[in-house]
Structures are given as C-alpha cells and as structure tokens.
Design a protein around this ligand. Structure first.
Ligand code: PMP
Ligand code: GLN
Length: 382
C-alpha cells in the first residue's frame, strides 16, 4: 500500500481567499470576497514605476530595501507616530505584509514556543507558526465588537509564551485598538518579556474620527516588537506585493537573516517609485474619508434588507449577519450565495481554527460605486 505523504501542514488546505476568488471567477459572480480594490491605482504611481524602469533601475535592489524608500518610510513614521526609526537598522522592505509576517514569525518562534493568536485571524499566521514548530494558543473574539478580554490573555501568558500577534484595525472584525488595549498588552508582556508582532496593514483605513495607534507609539513595547505594513492596502495596489517591517535593530537583524534567504530583495523600480510617491502625505491621508464614504454607502444600501451589518471601524471589510436569512453554516452559505446569487464573500469561520460559526459573512467594500450597486441590488432581494 502506498504510504500517505507525511505533510508538515496536515490540517492546512488552500487559502480561503484563493478558494472564493476562484469560485467567483468560475461562477461569474461579483467578487466581494478577497480584499482588493476593483478601481485603478493613481496613474502618477504607474508613471513613476515606468520612469524608474526606463532609467535602468531593473537589477537587484539592496537586500534590506533601497535606501531612498527606507528613508521615506522613516520620515512617514516620524510624521505620523512621532518616532524616527533608523532607515539602516530598523526598516526592511518586504514582498508584501505576508512575507513580512513570515520573516517575523520564522525569525522569532522556536520549536515548542507558544504564540497567542486572536481569532478571527489572518490566515497566514498559524501555518507559519506551525512550520516553525510553535504552538498556537487561541483567544476567540466574537461579534458584534470583537473586543479583547485582557484578563483572559493575562491567564494565558506564561514563560513559554514567545510571541503575541495583534492586528489593528482588525481584518475581518473591524475592531480598532484603543490606548487602553495597548496599555494592557504592555503590562502583560512586561512580566514575561513576551515579544509582540503587530499587523498594521490597515493603518490608514480607519473611520469615525478614530486614530490608528501603532506599536510604534509605545516605546517600551516597541523595544520587543515588530510592526508590519503594506503598500498594497495603502496605495490600492495589492498586486504589487510590497510592504515593510519596522523593528528595533536587534530584531531587525534577526528578521533580515530570514528575509535574505526567502526573497533576498524586492522589486526595484516599484521601490523607487514608492519612495518618490510617499513625498506627498495627502496620498495616504485622504484614505479614511475615501473608504468611510464607501462603507457608509454600502451600509445605507442594505437598509430594509434582512442582512444585519456588524460595526466596522477600520479595514475595507464589513461583516453581515445573515441569521434572519438562512440556518446554513457560513462556508455553505457563502458558496450558495456565490453560485445562486452571484455575489462572493468570505465566511468568518475561515478565520477561526475550529471553524467557529456565528452566521457572519465578510464583504469587501473597496469597490467602484457600480460594483457596490450591483451587489446591493442582489443582497436586497435575499
Ligand atoms: N495582514 C492582514 C490582516 C491582511 O488582511 C493582509 C492582506 N490582505 C495581509 C496581512 C497581507 O498583506 P499583503 O497583501 O501586503 O501581503
Ligand atoms: N488580505 C486579503 C483579505 O483578507 C487577501 C490576502 C490574500 O489573498 N492572501 O482578503
């Protein structure tokens, strides 16, 4: 008999984002599943990439990222979060936030280390923890507000807890960390020296006058933390897969040990283009208004329907509660909605290791008005 292959990730299937976008394509459905804009990026940014390609910037970039981009990132951070990281020793340009997360988890987590993961969680965290022999310790957050019970976290943190992963604004819960949340995290991790990985890819997609609070705002936490960002979210260019990490020098040195043998370096002309584009802060400062208008349009368009939106204060996602519509579980209902009604979404259950079901589907509203209108017309009839 043929021996079953001894997988390193026996419980991991294909990412739900690939599954649902694939199904949407095959079914000709409106794709509000995977998170990406369906509108064009700024043509000026395209011109800049072209300019640098024509200038001959087409060979390997330095391993840690081109200096002008790291310097532009340092200035942006100083402007927003009030600290000036060293472009040489604290900033590393990565192939999107996903690779940044891979670098960070791989550099930090050793076999047997516990890692606290709040669920719903972005789907790459746990497989990477497992690949490194780490043990995920889950904290389940639920609708409607996905708030963290820090007393529970305090009970879980012990000498084996190597890392806590946080994500604010939270995909898909829409929760945004308050100063109090960060203070709790600071206090709890100080006791054991636990490291913190802060996924802040939606730093500029935040609503209702809230301000994004970063790991970088908290010096004692930053001393044992890594923050992860993505240009894909900020400049509507998810396909460019460009992001970065910010971490103190001793952690950055460890991250780069992994980074150099993972991708080594990131797309050169895109890095030069982003460096120049970052000179005008208006290019990211207008994002809260831009996306809040879309969020509110989508919510208003659902009025009178049987869908119940869950509050979202950040990210370009919203959870819609369908408990008045169907008893099906989230995955089955998401598939039915895609096949029969031609609107694709993501089941919240895919962000929980145990498939926890709360009758919630996630919809991406980073779409043109006409796409939202088409989807709303369908959702209104269900
Ligand atoms: N973290 C979160 C919470 C995300 O939602 C995403 C992606 N959409 C990422 C990380 C990965 O970002 P990137 O596309 O830059 O790899
Ligand atoms: N982060 C995006 C989302 O949540 C998708 C990322 C991906 O496709 N891997 O939809």
């Amino acid at each position: 008999m043929e021996k079953t292959f001894d997988s390193k990730l026996p419980d991991t299937g294909t990412s739900i984002f690939a599954v649902m976008s694939g199904l949407a394509r095959r079914e000709g459905a409106i794709n509000l599943s995977q998170g990406f804009p369906d509108f064009d990026i700024d043509p000026d940014l395209i011109d800049l990439v072209y300019k640098y390609m024509k200038k001959g910037y087409n060979q390997y970039a330095p391993m840690q990222g081109v200096p002008v981009l790291r310097e532009a990132i340092a200035r942006k951070i100083h402007r927003i979060y009030g600290r000036m990281p060293s472009a040489d020793d604290e900033i590393t340009v990565t192939a999107g936030a996903t690779q940044a997360l891979f670098n960070a988890i791989t550099a930090l987590v050793r076999p047997g280390d516990e890692v606290i993961v709040f669920e719903p969680a972005y789907d790459s965290y746990v497989p990477v923890i497992r690949l490194n022999g780490g043990v995920p310790v889950y904290v389940r957050l639920t609708k409607p507000d996905f708030r963290i019970d820090w007393a529970r976290v305090e009970q879980l943190v012990n000498e084996r807890t190597r890392l806590i992963i946080v994500n604010t604004p939270n995909n898909p819960g829409g929760y945004v960390f308050s100063d109090e949340d960060w203070q709790h995290l600071q206090r709890i991790t100080a006791r054991t020296g636990t490291l913190v990985l802060s996924d802040e890819v939606y730093e500029h997609i935040i609503f209702d006058g809230l301000q994004h609070r970063s790991l970088l705002n908290y010096p004692t936490l930053y001393a044992r933390g890594i923050a992860v960002f993505s240009f894909g979210k900020t400049f509507h260019a998810t396909g460019w897969k460009t992001g970065y990490t910010v971490a103190p020098p001793h952690l950055t040195a460890e991250l780069r040990k992994v980074h150099q043998f993972n991708v080594f370096a990131v797309n050169t002309p895109v890095q030069y283009a982003l460096a120049e584009y970052l000179e005008d802060p208006a290019r990211y400062e207008n994002l809260p208004d831009f996306y809040q208008e879309k969020r509110d349009y989508f919510i208003n368009g659902l009025k009178g329907s049987r869908w119940k939106p869950v509050p979202t204060h950040g990210t370009y996602f919203i959870g819609l509660d369908y408990s008045d519509i169907s008893p099906l579980d989230e995955f089955d209902f998401a598939v039915k909605l895609t096949r029969e009604y031609k609107v694709a979404s993501i089941p919240f259950s895919s962000f929980y290791h145990d498939g926890y079901n709360q009758h919630l589907l996630r919809f991406c509203f980073a779409k043109k008005r006409e796409t939202l209108d088409k989807a709303l017309a369908v959702l209104q009839k269900i």
